[in-house]
Design a protein. Structure first.
Length: 206
């Protein structure tokens, strides 16, 4: 079942879910000194894939296990996982930058694009979308098919790709302001990641 009202609703959900990814992508744009269009596109695509995949996982897990276990258990730990991942990445960025700033000028290095870090960020910023997938069960019971669910999660993923691409672009422009201030952008980015993690945790606990 497709209607413009539902499509708009899913689009707005996609924007809401993408806000954390947007903030993280701004940090990436600020901190990675070797970014180009290909790497920026990889960040946007990765975040979009995870934002699409998590609701699908939530939906199919809830659909398959709804008669066996209480799928509300996801709500009990997802915010802790996201907090732990973002805290780890953010703290590592801050520590690395602080250590780097202590080195002699001739030994300074710059932060470069890291695939493993990007994947962890993708998981951390999308894990709350599991709950959205579970909520799709109610829509399914009202007559929406699995095919439609794929379409809706596709909208969420595409929305995230566009928003994250904008975040990387903005971050890269802001990062240029700190090019001559070694480590400042990386410390700021780390603090932002830790702040996002705290936000997710507090929202989950409340």
């Amino acid at each position: 079942m497709w209607s413009w009202q539902l499509v708009l609703q899913v689009f707005l959900i996609g924007i809401s879910l993408a806000m954390d990814a947007f903030a993280v992508s701004v940090c990436d744009g600020m901190c990675y000194r070797d970014l180009n269009k290909k790497k920026g596109g990889a960040i946007a695509l990765t975040f979009g894939v995870f934002q699409m995949a998590m609701p699908l996982i939530g939906f199919f897990v809830a659909f398959g296990l709804s008669q066996v276990i209480d799928t509300a258990f996801i709500d009990r730990f997802d915010h802790w996982v996201a907090f732990a991942l973002l805290l780890f990445i953010g703290a590592k960025m801050i520590i690395d930058a602080a250590l780097e700033m202590r080195k002699p000028a001739e030994q300074l290095t710059t932060k470069k694009f890291n695939v493993a870090e990007m994947l962890v960020q993708g998981v951390a910023t999308s894990i709350d979308a599991l709950a959205v997938g579970i909520s799709f069960i109610a829509m399914y019971e009202e007559g929406i098919t699995e095919v439609t669910i794929w379409g809706y999660t596709g909208i969420i993923g595409a929305t995230t790709v566009l928003i994250v691409a904008a975040g990387v672009f903005i971050g890269s422009r802001v990062g240029k302001l700190f090019e001559r201030k070694t480590g400042v952008a990386q410390i700021l980015g780390g603090l932002i990641l830790v702040g996002i993690g705290l936000k997710i945790l507090i929202e989950g606990l409340i």
